[in-house]
Design a protein around this ligand. Structure first.
Ligand code: SF4
Length: 596
C-alpha cells in the first residue's frame, strides 16, 4: 500500500507495533490520541483500509470511548474527577479556578491549543482527592496552591516530566489488614502447589474454599472455571477485569500496586486449571500510571520462570499481555470488556452464552476480578481450610472495602465477611453519619436504621466501595451526581437505559431546582422500575438503585424540595418507553454488572 503522507507512515508504524491485528485497534487509537491529541479523520480512514475493517466500526470506536476524540484536545489535557467524593472535597471549585487562571471553558481547548480542562468520571482516587488526570496520569490531593502552580506550569509550557513528582504520588492508604493483605506468598508457591495437585484437584480445592467472584455478581469461582474447562474447543483464554470503574472503589488499584505478582500467578493458575495459554489484563485507562510497574512485574515473572514456556517443568505454557481501556464504565461488565479487548465498542453482549463458554475470540474465557485471582492463588498455596474458616456461611473469606467520603481515615480496610456497617464506621472514625452508599452507585444507599446490617453476599453485597455521607450532606445532590453518572455512561444501545437514565436525570434536576411536584416523585419511581426491568445489561438494571433507595429511605429530603403549585411533570414515560417495551418485553433476564 503506498504511503500517502508522513501521517500514514506514523500510523503504519503504530499498526505494525500491534502486529496489524484488528483486535488491537483500541490500543492503536490510544497511541494516535497520545501523539496527536486526537484521532484525525485520516487515521480513521487509514485503520479502516489497513486493517480491512468497516469504516463505521473504526469511527464508532473513536466515538464510543471518552478518552478518544475526533477534534484536538489541548497539549495538556486536564480532567478533574467528578465523583461525588471529589465534589465533596471541592473539585468543582478547583476546576473553575484553573479554568479562570487559564482563560478556558470546561471542555473547550484554549485558542492556542495548549490546554483543555474538563471533567471525567471517578478516577479511582477517592481516598486522596480531589484528583485529576493530566495527559492520562493521575494527580492527587489538589488544592488551590497546586492549581495556581499548575496554571503557571501550563502557561510556561513546562513538560509534564518536569512537574513536581509528588503531585503524581498515589498512596495505598491501607488502614486495616487481615489474612489476605498480611499474606506474603513465596513467588511460585501457588503454581507449584497446583501443578503438584493437578488441575482437577486444584479445582476441587478452590470449590471447597467457597471463593466467590469479588467483582460483582459473586459467582463461585470454581464453577466459572469448571464451565470454561468443560466447554468444547481447544483454545481458551484468561482475562483479568481490572476496569475498576465503580465510583468510590479503589481496592484493585492498591492490589495492582502491591500484589501484582500474586495476581499474575492467579491468572496463570486459572490458565493451568482450564487449559489456557494466554491471559489478558484489561487495565482501566485511568490507571495508566500503573502500566510501567505492571510491565516490570510481568518481565520479572518471565525471568523467574513464573510465566512463559514449560512452567516448573510441567509442559504448561502461559503468558499475559496488558490492554488499556479508554474511559468507558460499561467495560466493567464482562461481556462489554471482552468486546473492548477485541478492539470494538464496549457493548454488552446478549447472554447466554456466557464468556466461560464463548468469550474472547468466541473461545471459552475465564473473566475474573483482580482480587479474585489473587485470592485464588492464595487458596492454591494455603489450602481451602485457611480461606473458608473466615466469613459467613455463604460468603467465605474476607472483603476489601475502599472507604471514602466523610471519614477521617479514608483508605482500604480488610474484614471477614459478616462485619456490620456499624463496626466498619467505628473503625474508620465516622461520626454523625446520615447515609452510606455501599457497592458504588450501582449498589445501595442506606440510612442509620440499617447500620446493623452485615456486609456479605446474603445481606449487603459490595464491589468494595463504601462512601460515607454525614448530616451536612444533601442526599438529593448525591443522587443527582449518580444520575448524571449513569446517563453519561449509558452506552445508548438499548432504549430503556438510554431514555430511562435521561428521564431520571431530568427529574432529579427538577427536584434540585425546586421545580418538581409530587407527580414527579411518582414518575421517578416509575422510571426507575421500568429502567431496572427492561434494560439489556447490568448498567441499566442497577442505574435506578440510588434514586429508588433514596426515595424509600430519605423521602423527606425530596418532599422538602417539591411544591405542588405549578410544577408540571411534562413527560409521558409510557409513551417514551413504548418502543422499548415492544423491543424487549417485560421479562428481560437480570444480569450482574461487573465480572467476578
Ligand atoms: S443497559 Fe445501558 S449500558 Fe447496558 S446495553 Fe443498554 S444502553 Fe448500554
Amino acid at each position: 500500500m503506498p504511503l500517502s503522507s508522513s501521517l500514514d507512515r506514523v500510523l503504519a508504524r503504530i499498526s505494525a507495533r500491534y502486529r496489524d491485528d484488528p483486535y488491537q485497534l483500541l490500543q492503536m487509537l490510544r497511541a494516535v490520541q497520545a501523539s496527536y491529541s486526537h484521532v484525525p479523520p485520516a487515521a480513521i480512514d487509514f485503520f479502516a483500509r489497513h486493517l480491512r475493517l468497516p469504516h463505521s466500526q473504526v469511527q464508532g470506536v473513536v466515538e464510543f470511548y471518552a478518552f478518544l476524540h475526533e477534534v484536538p484536545r489541548g497539549r495538556y489535557d486536564i480532567r478533574f474527577s467528578d465523583n461525588i467524593t471529589d465534589q465533596m472535597l471541592g473539585s468543582r471549585g478547583l476546576m473553575n479556578r484553573l479554568c479562570e487562571r487559564l482563560g478556558v471553558k470546561p471542555g473547550v481547548p484554549r485558542r492556542d491549543g495548549s490546554v483543555t480542562v474538563d471533567l471525567t468520571s471517578c478516577t479511582g482516587m477517592s481516598d486522596q482527592g480531589p484528583a485529576a488526570m493530566v495527559n492520562g496520569l493521575a494527580v492527587t490531593r489538589l488544592d488551590a496552591t497546586r492549581i495556581d502552580e499548575m496554571a503557571d506550569l501550563v502557561d510556561a509550557g513546562i513538560a509534564l516530566e518536569a512537574w513536581p513528582r509528588d503531585w503524581f504520588a498515589v498512596r495505598d492508604n491501607i488502614r486495616r489488614t487481615g489474612p489476605m493483605l498480611d499474606l506474603h506468598m513465596t513467588p511460585g508457591a501457588a503454581l507449584k502447589a497446583a501443578i503438584a495437585r493437578g488441575a482437577a484437584s486444584t479445582l476441587s480445592e478452590l470449590s471447597r474454599s467457597g471463593l466467590r467472584g469479588r467483582g460483582g455478581a459473586g459467582y463461585l469461582t470454581a464453577h466459572k472455571w469448571r464451565f470454561c474447562m468443560e466447554a468444547p474447543g481447544v483454545q481458551r483464554f484468561v482475562v483479568c477485569n481490572a476496569d475498576e470503574g465503580e465510583p468510590g472503589t479503589f481496592k484493585d488499584r492498591v492490589l495492582l500496586n502491591r500484589f501484582s505478582g500474586e495476581l499474575f500467578e492467579g491468572m496463570a493458575l486459572a490458565g493451568f486449571v482450564v487449559g489456557a495459554r494466554q491471559g489478558f489484563l484489561y487495565l482501566r485507562g485511568e490507571y495508566e500510571y500503573l502500566l510501567p510497574h505492571l510491565e516490570a512485574v510481568l518481565e520479572r515473572c518471565r525471568e523467574e520462570g513464573l510465566l512463559g514456556s514449560n512452567l516448573f517443568g510441567s509442559g504448561f505454557d502461559f503468558d499475559i499481555s496488558i490492554h488499556l481501556g479508554a474511559g468507558a464504565y460499561i467495560c466493567g461488565e464482562e461481556s462489554a470488556l471482552i468486546e473492548s479487548l477485541e478492539g470494538k465498542r464496549g457493548q454488552a453482549r446478549v447472554r447466554p452464552p456466557f464468556p466461560a463458554v464463548r468469550g474472547y475470540a468466541d473461545k471459552p474465557t475465564v473473566v475474573n476480578n483482580v482480587q479474585t485471582f489473587i485470592q485464588a492463588a492464595q487458596v492454591a498455596a494455603m489450602g481451602s481450610a485457611w480461606f473458608s474458616s473466615l466469613g459467613t456461611e455463604k460468603s467465605r473469606g474476607t472483603v476489601l472495602l475502599s472507604i471514602s467520603g466523610d471519614v477521617p481515615k479514608r483508605g482500604i480496610y480488610e474484614y471477614p465477611f459478616g462485619v456490620s456497617i456499624g463496626e466498619v464506621l467505628g473503625d474508620c472514625g465516622a461520626t454523625a453519619v446520615q447515609a452510606i452508599q455501599i457497592g458504588g452507585p450501582s449498589g445501595h444507599l442506606i440510612g442509620a436504621s440499617e447500620f446493623h446490617r452485615k456486609i456479605a453476599f446474603e445481606d449487603l453485597p459490595t464491589t468494595g466501595s463504601l462512601m460515607v455521607f454525614d448530616w451536612t450532606r444533601d442526599v438529593v445532590a448525591v443522587v443527582q451526581n449518580f444520575a448524571r453518572f449513569f446517563q453519561h455512561e449509558s452506552c445508548g444501545f438499548c432504549t430503556p437505559c438510554r431514555v430511562g437514565t435521561t428521564v431520571m436525570r431530568q427529574l432529579i434536576d427538577k427536584v434540585v431546582e425546586g421545580k418538581a411536584t409530587t407527580a414527579d416523585l411518582n414518575e421517578m419511581e416509575s422510571a426507575g422500575q421500568v429502567t431496572r426491568a427492561l434494560s439489556h445489561c447490568g448498567l441499566g438494571q442497577t442505574a435506578p438503585n440510588p434514586m429508588l433507595d433514596a426515595l424509600a429511605h430519605f423521602r423527606a429530603a425530596f418532599e422538602a424540595r417539591i411544591h405542588d403549585g405549578g410544577g408540571d411533570p411534562g413527560f409521558d414515560l409510557d409513551a417514551e418507553l413504548s418502543e422499548a417495551r415492544s423491543m424487549f418485553g417485560a421479562d428481560v433476564a437480570k444480569e450482574g454488572h461487573h465480572g467476578g
